[in-house]
Design a protein around this ligand. Structure first.
Ligand code: 3PG
Ligand code: MG
Length: 380
């Protein structure tokens, strides 16, 4: 395990001190009654315990986040105004600066931009777990300049994810899904080595099916990953779908749904058709495997769950995880929103605020933003 992260506890009383807190408030927003509003404030709420601690100790707290991908330009569509409105209800004493990514220096990790952020501040706290896999200026530069520490939520997330990999109660079942096998192969390798069983669903499962010599029709499928998938399957602890539900190629699907009813397929998906969800036999097999697990890590949906016709697999897996008495950890934006959709967030042990960050931490065991905090130890 990497060395522990510096904590704010060492700083004691903070009366008259100014603390800069890097947060990840990159939250979904939508128009509600004509006003752009945060539709899921999970990431905002995760920072509230830290804010309370700092404020109780007398600090002035200024927070900053990225929001969307405005690519280094001021773009009003990515203004933090809706985030500020939400934060003013939750922590009115905390000021939120404008979107860090309005400045090109943020993503290019420009030392001058990073230094400008903490000018006039006594301390820096990284409470942006979800952004700590990005070597961006607001994450990397302040710890080289002012005494710095990890926020309480960030520390908790890191400790939880690393402990899960270090000493899981067994059987440890990992559930992976999502569209692209290319994005998940690295983490799949780690999980296949650490877990007793790795369940695979979502678009990425079709490349595994193809590696078994099955036909996948027009389903998502990446021919350049057939070989690595075949190698993983040889390990013998990977469970892939045995049936599917889908549509004819070219049919429309997505959050708006569509008029064509779902078609059921067995092990093979014929030419002219595509799989968009796991089928009922697969659901049964996956649910049975989850029922006997003592530790579960879930990342990635089982199908196109945004389309109500193809949400059954993801919902069944989410319900099986929620019903289990295993330690259950859910990471990754899509799995977390699926949990929310089915109202199951409080039925799992731990929900990570990080998408890419939680994957990268599980895969590589560390993140650039965490290294920056550890290296800052000597800064006075
Ligand atoms: C996320 O939403 O995953 C984080 O906020 C990181 O955002 P990014 O992928 O745009 O860097
Ligand atoms: Mg449970």
């Amino acid at each position: 395990m990497p060395a522990p992260l510096p904590s704010i506890d060492a700083w004691g009383d903070l009366s008259g001190k100014r603390v800069f807190v890097r947060v990840d408030f990159n939250a979904p927003v939508a128009e509600v009654d004509g006003v752009l509003s945060v539709t899921d404030d999970f990431r905002l709420r995760a920072a509230l315990p830290l804010f309370s601690t700092l404020l109780d100790r007398g600090a002035t707290v200024v927070a900053a986040t990225h929001f969307g991908r405005p690519e280094g330009r001021v773009d009003e569509r990515y203004s933090v105004a809706p985030l500020r409105r939400a934060l003013s209800e939750l922590a009115p004493e905390v000021e939120l600066l404008e979107n860090l990514r309005f400045h090109p220096g943020e993503e290019s990790n420009d030392p001058e931009f990073g230094a400008s952020l903490v000018k006039g501040f006594d301390y820096y706290v990284n409470e942006a777990f979800g952004a700590s896999h990005r070597a961006h200026a607001s994450i990397m530069i302040p710890p080289t300049l002012v005494p710095s520490a990890a926020g309480s939520n960030l520390s908790r997330e890191v400790a939880t994810l690393l402990a899960l990999l270090e000493s899981p109660e067994r059987p440890f079942v990992a559930v992976t899904g999502g569209a692209k096998v290319k994005d998940k192969l690295g983490i799949m390798k780690v999980l296949a080595a650490k877990a007793d069983l790795v369940i695979v669903g979502g678009g990425m499962a079709y490349t595994f099916a193809a590696a078994e010599g099955r036909s996948v029709g027009g389903s998502l499928f990446d021919p350049s990953f057939v070989e690595p998938c075949a190698a993983l399957l040889e390990g013998g602890n990977i469970l892939i779908p045995v049936d599917a539900r889908g549509l004819a190629n070219g049919s429309s699907f997505g959050p708006e749904g569509g008029s064509e009813p779902a078609i059921s397929f067995g092990e093979h998906i014929p030419d002219g058709f595509m799989g968009l969800d796991i089928g009922p036999d697969t659901v049964e097999i996956f649910a049975a495997a989850l029922a006997s697990a003592r530790t579960i890590l879930w990342n990635g949906p089982m199908g196109v769950f945004e389309d109500p016709r193809f949400g059954d697999g993801t919902e069944a897996v989410a319900r099986a995880i929620a019903a289990s008495s295993a330690v259950s950890v859910v990471g990754g934006g899509d799995s977390v929103s699926a949990l929310g959709l089915y109202g199951l967030e409080s039925d799992v042990s731990f929900v990570s605020t990080g998408g890419g960050a939680s994957l990268e931490l599980v895969e590589l065991g560390d993140l650039p933003g965490l290294r920056a905090l550890r290296e800052s130890a000597g800064v006075k």
